[in-house]
Write a protein that binds this ligand. Structure first.
Ligand code: NDP
Length: 480
């Protein structure tokens, strides 16, 4: 049994309480590791370490900070197979996905921000005949990073990399459900000799550890990715202390398919955008709107392919879907299938749990599920399910599909399939989402602003947006 440790002030240590939580392997439904059940006292120690390290780290030349981050990235790259296997074991996702997406992207995040900081310039504003303003961008101090379980190391590094590159010291909490690769990352940081206190990882429950991060007045900014309700809780606590907040929250993304689309491309990409990572990606398109002339054709082809998608244990190279992340999450997703039926939906394929053989018989598997016949404004089509469940809805006009697409409280991402350029631009303009993919899905350029509108979040991550978030601008004016 592996026992995970906190990484506080450069040391791998047990939680002060001495208490641990069970960590499950979702592919077998079995406890395989122990996680520190940390609390405020561990956060206090991490904050003290981070405060002490701040003068050293923030004044260190950018190039040296960058060198540390590149070393960390390279160590992860060297151990890619090991990290991918650990991510898959912890989360239930196919190993192939962890080794092609999660871990390479974690490496890219670190490398991207390690080099972005070297190119980060600040503005100057000259005033004719008077003088010049220039903007200094200073690191904030101690910052908090809280991340979810669906893309564990990918999203953890997406926050930590810009925070560290900008010269902040970090107190971070990975999801208690998937702590393993963050633990491995802390070992790598210790190995490369990252100065103590610069980066601290405190494991445990959101309601204890996350809450302590939100409440600590010495933590001046929080970057959070997770559910909308949790984001609201954090904002409520942090706002009176005027903490800077970046909140990346839930989604209920539309995938809009016009009759003039490249049918085969739309079909194959829609399979991925619906069910990659068992549908547990905040950017998955869970509401599929299909223009009426191709509705039946698309539905038939989609069902045929999806019903053949192999649900299997994560190390099966043929697995298209692995296990869902936890028993309670599987139950929640299945309860939405029941709700969809109550709301008048027809389950076209899937809808039920999958029981594998042998050592995987207690794993949390579910068949990819397609439902039709629901009103656009029913609960199934409005609430985030975050699992392998999509709905199909026909539409007759741009106005109608925009109205349905924009009808939820969320506005994270959207996908539009059309060969009509003018329509693509019109739709991109009108859709309420922070991210629009046209004839593609999940194509990511790390320089672009990333985030949602409405209840999908506040602020943007990515590129210089993230470096702006993790710095405070100070304007200096010099009279000629
Ligand atoms: P949660 O909001 O439940 O948890 C996210 C993180 O917050 C976890 O580390 C969690 O800890 C912690 N947390 C829980 N309660 C509190 C609290 N009171 N104070 C501070 N921290 C707390 O989300 P999930 O982990 O279930 O992730 C799924 C959600 O994340 C979905 O809604 C999804 O859409 C969203 N998401 C958004 C993305 C985006 O970029 N917009 C990307 C990926 C996911 P604990 O370990 O106890 O769970």
């Amino acid at each position: 049994m592996i026992t995970i440790k906190n990484y506080i002030n450069g040391e791998m240590i047990a939680p002060k309480s001495g208490k641990y939580l069970d960590n499950y392997d979702p592919s077998r439904g079995k406890v395989y590791a122990q996680i520190p059940d940390s609390d405020k006292s561990d956060i206090d120690a991490a904050v003290a370490g981070a405060e002490a390290a701040f003068p050293i780290w923030s004044k260190m030349p950018k190039q040296e900070r960058s060198d540390f981050m590149i070393k960390i990235a390279n160590r992860i790259q060297d151990r890619l197979a090991e990290f991918a296997a650990a991510e898959s074991l912890d989360n239930g996702k196919p190993v192939s996905l962890a080794s092609h997406v999660d871990i390479p992207r974690a490496v890219s995040n670190l490398k991207f921000f390690a080099t972005a900081i070297l190119h980060y310039a600040s503005e100057s504003h000259a005033m004719e005949g008077m003088g010049v303003n220039y903007t200094l961008r200073k690191p904030i101090g101690v910052v908090g990073c809280i991340s979810p379980w669906n893309l564990p190391l990918y999203l953890f590094t997406w926050k930590i990399a810009p925070a560290l590159a900008a010269g902040n010291c970090v107190v971070a909490k990975p999801s208690e459900i998937t702590p393993m690769t963050a633990f491995m990352l802390s070992e790598v940081c210790a190995e490369v000799g990252l100065p103590k206190g610069v980066f601290n990882i405190v494991h445990g429950l959101g309601q204890k550890v996350g809450d302590a991060i939100s409440r600590d007045p010495k933590i001046k900014a929080i970057s959070f990715t997770g559910g909308t309700a949790t984001g609201a809780t954090i904002a409520k606590i942090a706002a009176p202390m005027f903490k800077k907040l970046s909140l990346e929250l839930g989604g209920k993304n539309p995938n809009i398919i016009f009759a003039d689309c490249d049918f085969d491309k739309a079909l194959s990409t829609t399979i991925r955008s619906s069910f990659a990572n068992q549908g547990q990606i905040c950017l998955c398109g869970s509401r599929i709107f299909i223009e009426r002339p191709i509705y039946e054709k698309f539905k038939k082809a989609f069902i045929e392919k999806v019903s053949k998608s192999k649900v299997s244990y994560p190390s099966d190279p043929e697995a298209k879907l692995g296990a869902l992340v936890s028993k309670s999450h599987l139950e929640k997703v299945l309860s939405y299938v029941d709700l969809a039926k109550e709301e008048g939906g027809d389950v076209l394929t899937g809808g039920e749990q999958v029981f594998l053989e042998g050592e995987y018989s207690k794993g949390y598997y579910m068949r990819p599920t397609i439902i039709e016949g629901l009103a656009y404004d029913c609960r199934t089509n409005q609430e985030e399910i975050f699992g392998p469940v999509v709905t199909l809805t026909p539409f007759d006009s741009e106005e109608e599909v925009l109205m349905m697409a924009n009808s939820t409280q969320y506005g994270l991402s959207s996908t539009i399939w059309t060969e009509n350029l003018r329509r693509a631009h019109r739709m991109a303009e009108e859709i309420e989402a922070g991210i629009v993919w046209i004839n593609s899905w999940l194509v990511r350029d790390l320089r672009t602003p990333f985030g949602g509108v409405k209840n999908s979040g506040v602020g943007r991550e990515g590129g210089f947006e993230a470096l702006h978030f993790f710095t405070e601008p100070k304007n200096v004016y010099i009279q000629h």
